[in-house]
Write a protein of this length. Structure first.
Length: 329
């Protein structure tokens, strides 16, 4: 099966008053249709910047793609401006961390969903959706049922502030699904929800991905959520990919020192939380070689001078480290 999303050697900088910030460094990633890939790492690791580069919503006056390519369903998202513009909001859609900020508080949710259908209807829906109110409403009610919300006009007549956080997030997922995209970018979609609702939303995303062969790029700080929903987990540090693991290997077979330290920092009953010593690398002056080397207890002179190239095992485990940790027993 051909990849749906292909990212090759992507490097990105932001112009700042203090000089260029090197936020992505030679990123490579391929995603298959229906696959869920998690992006994990500390704040500032580049997760959101990578998601925004795929979506094409980087600030044009500040962001500069230094190198690389992004191809989505055969479309060159960096060089074919018209095709990329048409793909955004149709072929690839977005679920934000806080849906309340993404809804217009002055309009009923039904009106906002109808606008998505009217202006972002997929070609398979036909031109009649743009003219027929009944056809638009039927499509919206079907989507409400798909995201496990009451398929009722009462819900559509409400304003965003009249809904719970879980309802708003389900509606945001419905809005993202209405154009029938191939790729959904979900940026910490459960961060603002309580634990019970988080589990429900994760299960919903997993089911939708399977039913619709929908690829999902899922950014999160929550390693447990990544393990729960993802097929593969991509670990980022300071703009570099340090490890890519199949889901089952995240807790059982991680070998990069950074990944192992992230796992060790998770709260455990009866134990104090253990943080990662040192400061995260500054994108303004990232260290040469492996960017994690100033904080890594296994770093050598080689780590401080030569960036490790990623190696891939037969099981699909990708590792970029000169001195990896032994496989946990």
């Amino acid at each position: 099966m051909d990849p749906l999303l292909e990212i090759d050697d992507l490097s990105l900088t932001f112009r700042t008053e203090k000089g260029p910030a090197h936020v992505l460094d030679r990123i490579g990633l391929a995603m298959a249709p229906g696959e869920i890939v998690g992006l994990v790492g500390e704040s500032g690791s580049g997760k959101t910047s990578l998601a925004r580069a795929i979506l094409g919503v980087l600030p044009g006056s500040q962001a500069q793609i230094v190198s690389g390519r992004i191809r989505l369903d055969g479309i060159d998202m960096l060089d074919d401006a018209k095709a990329a513009r048409d793909a955004r909001g149709r072929l690839v859609t977005f679920v934000p961390q806080d849906p309340f900020e993404s809804f217009n508080p002055l309009f009923r949710v039904g009106t906002q969903l109808a606008d998505i259908v009217r202006y972002r209807a997929p070609p398979t829906a036909g031109h009649l959706l743009g003219r027929s109110r009944r056809a638009r409403e039927a499509m919206i009610l079907d989507m409400l049922a798909a995201v496990q919300l009451p398929a009722s006009r009462d819900l559509l007549n409400r304003y965003p502030h009249q809904l719970s956080g879980g309802q708003r997030q389900r509606l945001m997922i419905a809005m993202a699904l209405l154009p029938q995209p191939r790729l959904l970018v979900a940026d910490e979609p459960t961060a603002a929800l309580d634990v019970t609702v988080q589990v429900q939303i994760l299960g919903l995303l997993r089911r939708i991905a399977a039913e619709r062969t929908l690829a999902i790029l899922f950014t999160t700080h929550d390693l447990g959520a990544a393990w729960e929903i993802c097929d593969r987990v991509l670990v980022m540090y300071a703009g570099q990919i340090v490890e890519i693991l199949p889901r089952k290997a995240l807790f059982a077979a991680a070998r990069h020192p950074y990944t192992r330290m992230l796992l060790a920092s998770l709260p455990k009953p009866g134990h104090e939380a253990v943080g990662i010593p040192g400061e995260s690398a500054s994108p303004l002056a990232p260290p040469p070689g492996c960017r994690f080397n100033p904080r890594c207890p296994r770093a050598s002179r080689l780590c401080r001078t030569v960036r490790p190239l990623p190696s891939r095992s037969e099981e699909g485990h990708v590792l970029a480290c000169h001195h990896p940790m032994p496989t946990p027993s």
